[in-house]
Design a protein around this ligand. Structure first.
Ligand SMILES: C[S@@+](CC[C@H](N)C(=O)[O-])C[C@H]1O[C@@H](n2cnc3c(N)ncnc32)[C@H](O)[C@@H]1O
Length: 280
């Protein structure tokens, strides 16, 4: 039947009425393969999740392998070493327990999911574990999922003899809810406008994560502000690189390498963000 349809299609391809004839087939096929599954995920998510922004999800297995291999290539490490870091945070019971325990008293728990899914932040963790930064700056802390992930990396780096400090920035005075307890020993949030905080920050930055105001101009301004504070081997991660090309442009201007790593959420309607990774 399928081959008959295909043969008929080949015969009709050259006629001007073909687009009208082909439309229902295109509609059916794209619904079945793309729109339907996404709509199904969206409907399930509406009821299963409470999140209304900064969505959280698992990554697909193939995305995870692609990310591990990409990070390993970029940092010139073995796949197994980077995979170990992915496994480390993904199976970190202390991290999981910390987030779940705090969620119970979270003033925003009715718009926040209990299960702490870190998505692309697993790459932030692996980069921090691999490069052992002395100073990490993350602009845009929000509830503090990234902050805790990065401080978990600093905690293990400290155990390995490579201590480091985390500085978050956020304009929201309530940001950083999850950055408490043992994780807060490794860093704190600088409240106020990120550019102002970065301007007064008197530190040499080894790992910079941009995730605050996601307008292109603001993102660019952050890179310009930290340009002369970056350590020679500093890595810059852009959480807005699926939206703008500002980190790529900054990297070209500064003679740095740039790659874009795409995120692929599992069983989620969100198409995924990406990670811009800029390195010397
Ligand atoms: C996408 S969220 C950050 C998510 C966080 N990095 C994480 O891992 O979950 C963006 C945050 O940027 C903050 N923000 C927006 N504009 C800002 C500004 N001009 N200065 C500092 N923070 C800002 C918002 O308050 C918000 O908490």
């Amino acid at each position: 039947m399928k081959s008959l349809l295909r043969a008929a299609k080949r015969q009709l391809l050259a006629y001007p009425f073909f687009p009208a004839l082909n439309l229902p087939f295109r509609a059916f096929d794209t619904w079945r393969r793309y729109i339907g599954p996404t709509t199904g995920n969206w409907l399930r998510w509406l009821f299963a999740s409470r999140a209304d922004s900064n969505f959280t999800y698992h990554l697909t297995d193939r995305c995870r392998v692609n990310l591990i291999a990409s990070v390993a290539s970029l940092l010139a490490k073995d796949f197994t070493e980077i995979e170990r870091y992915f496994n480390e945070i993904e199976s970190d019971n202390a991290f999981d327990a910390h987030m779940r325990a705090l969620w119970r008293s979270h003033p925003e728990r009715y718009r926040t999911d209990e299960t702490p899914l870190i998505g692309r932040r697993v790459v932030w963790y692996a980069v921090a574990r691999t490069t052992k930064p002395k100073v990490i700056v993350e602009t845009g802390v929000d509830q503090g999922i990234g902050a805790v992930v990065l401080c978990a990396a600093l905690a293990r780096n400290t155990d390995d003899g490579h201590p480091g400090r985390y500085f978050g920035t956020d304009i929201n005075p309530n940001a950083g809810f999850y950055l408490k307890g043992d994780y807060a020993k490794f860093g704190s949030v600088l409240y106020g406008d990120s550019i102002s905080s970065l301007t007064t920050l008197n530190e040499t930055i080894d790992l910079f994560v941009n995730d605050s105001d996601h307008s292109a101009d603001y993102e660019e301004a952050e890179y310009r502000t930290v340009a002369n504070k970056l350590a020679p081997a500093a890595i810059v991660l852009g959480d807005n690189s699926h939206v703008t090309s500002k980190l790529a442009e900054f990297s070209v201007r500064e003679g740095r390498k740039f790659v874009f790593l795409a995120e692929e959420p599992r069983d989620h309607w969100y198409r995924g963000a990406g990670i811009g990774l800029s390195l010397p």
